[in-house]
Design a protein around this ligand. Structure first.
Ligand code: SF4
Ligand code: SF4
Length: 461
């Protein structure tokens, strides 16, 4: 069945196909984490866990694609979740979604298998952090330096679950993403992988500000993309368009020298950044105020700030907690990268999981306050799904859209390809594919070039 026929008409997958979905299907379909860094899903589903969590918390301000995918394709998402539960051996499934989305929760609860339940979450940031979600859904605390599997949990994103449900019949060739902020018509789009960000913004009616700035992936954990013709890949969750003078853009443009100079002189060691840090609240030994203190020592990276390795880069400390608008997150991440480059690890770090029970609930950051602080309250906070796939005359399919090794191209310029055809595969290492996932043509057409890690395809006819 053609890919459009499967999603476009919103059929349920038939039970036989779903029951038979294998990790090989998931690999061949090129399924990777659609909500984060693109970890290959077939590897994630190789773990054994008693619980599988669906991460529908979507806490990046103004982004809506997970809720929209659930609103339109709840059955497929739950089917993918069920298949994933079977693959990891989980007897329990939990869907973590904010309690304010009553309609989606009602929709889900109408048709859930007995093993799966909905966990309504408060409207806070970062509700979608995997470790926070594991605690909120299961009451378990992931130790520092570990992954959810350490406490018997596997977490997958909404769109990833849908792609798992479809894996036996169609590869990942499309992406859902919200275009929000300073645009004429905030919207969640369904686009071929490989269109440009600018095409997506144009499809949202265009920018409503003279020098639009693109925050890709969201204002909290995303990045400022100067190249508006950058390509959408399997991990792109959204674009928030902002005016050039917006506070979020100004903060992103601060260079490291400014961060250090201002941080060294203005940090009063109030420690709010630590007291509200979600990972510290889970009992991990991350203390951003001590990282800030180390700026005065000229020795960022010394032992007393090594806990920065456990920073999840949520940006809450810099964009919400700090009353001086300093940038402890960047200080932590600089330190984290330096420690990683030096291959320094903190073996057996201290861990105080009881802190989560004592403080986490009371110190969660309300979204409304975060939006206000970031100057985002004036934007329309919606993104209805436009189900028809965006038309593209040309796409650039990146050979690396995942964690692991870039794919090697398996097509040549001049070759005709059809939507869903493999155009790149992970290299073989020690007789098996390196960490990664195949990539596929997202439109019918002709390969125009293969250059700089991108397969360029022009639409047929
Ligand atoms: S919240 Fe700001 S001022 Fe307070 S310790 Fe952290 S960085 Fe320093
Ligand atoms: S970015 Fe800041 S608040 Fe978030 S985990 Fe790192 S130190 Fe904690």
């Amino acid at each position: 069945m053609a890919a459009d026929a499967v999603i476009g008409q919103r059929p349920r997958t038939d039970n036989d196909a779903m029951a038979n979905i294998t990790k090989e299907d998931v690999y061949e379909a090129g399924v990777v984490g659609a909500g984060g860094a693109g970890f290959p899903t077939h590897v994630k589903l190789s773990g054994r866990a008693d619980s599988l969590l669906l991460n529908a918390a979507e806490c990046e301000p103004l982004l809506h694609k997970d809720k929209e995918v659930l609103r339109h394709y709840a059955d497929l998402v739950v089917e993918g979740m069920t298949a994933a539960m079977r693959l990891v051996g989980a007897s329990t499934g939990r869907i973590g979604i904010k309690d304010k989305y009553h309609d989606v929760i009602d929709l889900l609860r109408r048709n859930l298998p007995a093993a799966i339940d909905v966990v309504p979450l408060r409207d806070t940031y970062p509700a979608g952090d995997e470790f926070i979600l594991v605690y909120d859904c299961l009451g378990r605390v992931v130790p520092p330096g570990a992954i959810p599997l350490a406490v018997g949990a596997v977490v997958i994103n909404v769109e990833t679950a849908m792609n798992v449900a479809l894996a036996a019949r169609q590869p990942v060739t499309e992406k859902y993403l919200t275009i929000a902020g300073a645009v004429a018509e905030p919207v969640t789009l369904r686009v071929p992988v490989g269109v440009t960000l600018a095409e997506c913004v144009a499809a949202a009616g265009g920018a409503t500000t003279p020098e639009p700035q693109y925050m890709v992936g969201g204002v909290m954990m995303g990045y400022l993309e100067e190249n508006h013709n950058a390509l959408v890949d399997k991990t792109t969750g959204g674009v928030v368009v902002l005016p050039a003078e917006h506070v979020v853009v100004r903060r992103r443009r601060q260079d490291w020298q400014q961060i250090v100079r201002i941080g060294r002189s203005a940090c009063d060691q109030c420690s709010y950044c630590t007291e509200l840090c979600p990972r510290w609240l889970l009992g991990h030994p991350i203390e951003p105020h001590r990282a800030m203190r180390s700026l005065g020592f000229n020795l960022v990276g010394e032992a007393n700030v090594v806990g920065t390795a456990f920073c999840c880069e949520c940006n809450l400390c810099s964009l919400y907690s700090c009353p001086e608008d300093l940038d402890p997150k960047n200080v932590c991440t600089q330190n984290k990268r330096r420690l990683a480059a030096e291959k320094r690890r903190w073996e057996n770090p201290p861990f105080s999981p009881q802190r989560a029970d004592a403080h986490l609930e009371n110190r969660k950051a309300p979204m409304a306050r975060l939006m206000h602080k970031l100057g985002l309250s004036g934007f329309r906070n919606l993104g209805p799904l436009r189900e028809q796939t965006l038309k593209a005359a040309r796409v650039g399919v990146k050979l690396k859209q995942h964690i692991g090794s870039p794919c090697q191209p398996v097509v040549e310029p001049g070759q005709r390809v059809t939507k869903g055809q493999v155009v790149g595969r992970p290299p073989i290492s020690d007789g098996k594919p390196a960490l990664g996932a195949p990539v596929h043509a997202s439109i019918d057409g002709v390969v125009k070039s293969v250059a700089d890690g991108v397969v360029w395809i022009e639409a047929a006819g």
